[in-house]
Write a protein that binds this ligand. Structure first.
Ligand SMILES: C[S@@+](CC[C@H](N)C(=O)[O-])C[C@H]1O[C@@H](n2cnc3c(N)ncnc32)[C@H](O)[C@@H]1O
Length: 321
């Protein structure tokens, strides 16, 4: 690897090469979707008629912000895992402020572009102190900097939890719980299982925005890692996996080809029809969410479900472990 490659870039480069070199299914983590263009494309996805998740999430937050905030009580720090542009969070911040809380909002995201949008759009509602880091790393930084008198309210919206493998979820939530004090609250947004055609269309919209979002991952590798992917020779593919109850997003190579990644002086071969698995979006039942809470040191306070698009907003309280 060239000596001028930054540590962050080298983590990206190493993950890409590892994911594309593994025997069997090639994979790249969805965390790498969100460069400036990817974050902007995701914001467009949230407006697509087929993508009901964000509107459902926002409807619940908007209609129940007052109830959520009353249940949570006094709060000093609102942190958010993978905040993106934080648009929906505004409802919670405004309700907390109206209830007399003096809060600091600490969005955690690997995307600097997303955090810049957050600071710009939410700075008028409350002070914003972003953390550009991975979920747990960012949470650990925030938790270790606070005192026992500063109650934490952590948000994890947009069903990003669904990007984790099912078997990893309890362990991930336990790691989140380790940074809580008993009495802190956690608000988790999770998309529910629904009609298969509706779920597939949400990730395969007729305008082609999600396809562009998926292909941008290869564009990002070209730009940042000096690679030569021909984006026109890959297609966006969505599958519903009924056993795992998840949407799987892939990029399919339409021909046999080799791609060169300059930053690592590595060359990767693709067979015609071979895919790169770029994202999983697991879908849940409300009962499943309750069992995750129980297994990871939380008690369920309340769960709101959107009537138009089955989506759950679960409010959990950390209990002594
Ligand atoms: C699908 S967007 C969701 C944004 C927002 N939470 C919402 O509900 O609309 C996912 C966001 O999480 C960030 N992200 C993905 N993986 C991450 C990770 N491992 N650590 C921190 N942020 C991550 C991305 O950069 C992106 O901004």
């Amino acid at each position: 690897m060239s000596a001028s490659v930054s540590p962050q870039l080298s983590a990206f480069a190493l993950d890409v090469v590892e994911g594309l070199s593994c025997a069997g299914q090639k994979k790249i983590s969805p965390r790498y979707f969100y460069d400036e263009l990817g974050s902007a494309l995701f914001d467009v996805i949230t407006l697509l008629p087929e993508y009901g998740l964000t509107r459902a999430d926002e409807r619940i937050l908007q209609s129940h912000a007052h109830n959520i905030v009353s249940e949570v009580g006094p709060v000093s720090i609102v942190a958010e895992l993978g905040s993106g542009s934080g648009k929906k969070t505004k409802h919670i911040l405004q309700a907390l402020t109206r209830a007399g809380n003096r809060i600091i909002y600490r969005p955690i995201d690997v995307s600097r572009a997303a955090l810049t949008a957050c600071e710009r759009d939410l700075g008028e509602t409350s002070p914003v102190e972003p953390v550009c880091a991975d979920w747990i790393e960012g949470l650990s930084e925030i938790a270790s900097a606070r005192t026992r008198r500063e109650p934490l309210f952590l948000l994890f919206l947009g069903s990003s939890i669904g990007n984790l493998e099912r078997k990893e979820i309890t362990e991930f939530l336990r790691r989140v719980r380790e940074h809580f004090q008993p009495g802190d609250f956690f608000l988790l947004g999770a998309d529910l299982v629904k009609d298969v055609n509706t779920m597939v269309a949400a990730y395969d919209d007729s305008t082609g925005v999600t396809a562009a979002f998926n292909l941008n991952l290869l564009g990002r590798i070209n730009r940042e890692l000096d690679a030569n992917f021909d984006l026109r020779s890959f297609t966006h593919e969505i599958r519903w996996n009924d056993t795992e109850r998840r949407i799987e997003m892939h990029l399919r190579s339409m021909r046999r080809q080799r791609v060169y990644i300059g930053a690592l002086d590595a060359s990767i071969g693709f067979d015609a029809g071979e895919t790169i698995w770029t994202e999983s979006s697991h879908k849940f039942t409300p009962q499943e969410l309750d069992s995750y809470a129980q297994a990871s040191g939380f008690t369920v306070c309340r769960t709101w479900i959107d009537e138009e698009w089955p989506f759950a907003e679960a409010l959990w309280k950390a209990v002594p472990t």
